[in-house]
Design a protein around this ligand. Structure first.
Ligand code: SF4
Length: 384
């Protein structure tokens, strides 16, 4: 293709986006071509971002809980896991888990994000008990817990159906599910990264079932390792297809690969330009997912802030106790204060709005920051 051909092809895609026509696999792959100026892809994504979410930048006040890092699997990209007898391995007790709930409450957190390893010796009941324990003592905190990989493990442990497991966890207090474990769906890549854990069919089936029983979930894609543009777009299209059927994904989070301390440490971490292009292409391809998140822990603060002009409308939360990406070499701080996160969003020219996990606006008592309530859905604020 010569320069004029590139310009014509891009115009074709721009026309489609402007008339709200759906982009195809080939369109997506073209947008990943380095010869297509990033600035133009970003501008197009920003058009969709503002059409869907106005000028708002969402954030939440949250904490993480990784109850164990001991894991039966050995995903090649994972720096967090530990063998059962490795001194690095841990499993939290009730007292430590409750201390995390107490700290979250004292800091005004509305959400606890709970994921971890698949411990060789912990039965399903231990994982369920964590949800029940936190619900009993801290009923106000939304528990977003267990990825599809964990749910798939619970199915194996209990010999029950996905629906049974999800309903049982819901009864214990589970509020929604995170989007982890999706990695890259295409088998050419997935088999190289994590051939033993939940496969693509299982991941999608678990999310489909969750949506069916009324659990909202998030979705992700881990990029910047052994995959190429085709694999990324294929991944986005599989998510888009499921979303057409269920409408249950509330946010998509592109996750930049961090190679340090992993079996893929020879690979270079994706550049900021790749991060921004992936953010923009994701916004353009996933026309049916309301929110796109720039997860600052993985992207770094500056790139996450810039991403608010490249399709993202959410920057994640204040985050406390993040271990998974810090173990893989993330140099971002352990948490951000509320003022800092609001400043980052305002500096990017967006209006900061605090949301809860299921995207309702949070209202806080002016005199007591820890006293809060969830208001109306923020999507009512969105520009259509
Ligand atoms: S990514 Fe998850 S399933 Fe894979 S090794 Fe790490 S903790 Fe285990």
């Amino acid at each position: 293709m010569n320069t004029a051909d590139y310009a014509a092809r891009f115009r074709e895609i721009r026309d489609k986006v402007e008339s709200q026509e759906r982009l195809t696999l080939d369109d997506g792959i073209f947008l990943y071509d380095p010869k297509v100026p990033l600035q133009e892809v970003g501008e197009l994504a920003n058009l969709v971002r503002e059409r869907m979410n106005g000028n708002v930048g969402y954030f939440n006040i949250n904490t993480h809980l990784n109850p164990t890092n001991v894991c039966v699997y050995r995903c090649r990209f994972c720096a967090f896991r530990s063998d059962l007898r490795d001194p690095k391995g841990y499993a939290m007790n009730d007292e430590q888990i409750l201390a995390r709930g107490q700290e979250a409450t004292e800091n005004g957190c509305t959400e606890m994000h709970i994921v971890g390893g698949l411990h060789h010796q912990k039965p399903y009941e231990w994982y369920r008990h964590i949800i029940e324990l936190l619900t009993e003592h801290y009923p106000k905190i939304h528990l977003k817990g267990w990825t599809a990989v964990e749910i798939n493990w619970f199915e194996f442990q209990t010999k029950k159906t996905i629906e049974w497991v999800l309903k049982d966890l819901q009864a214990a207090g589970l509020g929604s599910m995170p989007g982890g474990g999706a990695e890259i769906f295409h088998p050419e890549v997935r088999d190289q990264l994590c051939e033993h854990k939940a496969n693509t069919h299982a991941w999608l089936e678990i999310h489909r079932t969750a949506h069916e029983i009324g659990l909202r979930t998030n979705c992700t894609m881990l990029y910047g390792h052994v995959e190429n543009a085709f694999h990324r777009i294929d991944h986005l299209l599989r998510l888009r297809e499921l979303q057409d059927r269920t409408g249950g994904f509330q946010v998509f989070i592109p996750l930049a690969f961090h190679p340090e301390n992993t079996k893929l440490s020879h690979i270079k971490k994706p550049s900021a330009l790749m991060d921004l292009r992936t953010m923009a292409v994701s916004r353009l391809m996933l026309d049916n997912v309301q929110h796109i998140k720039a997860y600052w822990i993985m992207l770094g603060i500056e790139t996450a802030q810039t991403a608010l002009a490249y399709g993202a409308d959410d920057i994640d939360g204040t985050v406390r106790h993040e271990l998974i990406y810090h173990d893989a070499g993330a140099t971002t701080p352990q948490f951000l204060t509320v003022d800092k996160i609001k400043d980052l969003i305002s500096e990017a020219g967006r209006e900061p709005i605090e949301r809860d996990t299921v995207y309702r606006r949070i209202e806080r008592d002016e005199n007591d920051f820890t006293n809060w309530r969830s208001g109306e859905s923020v999507d009512a604020l969105a520009v259509s």
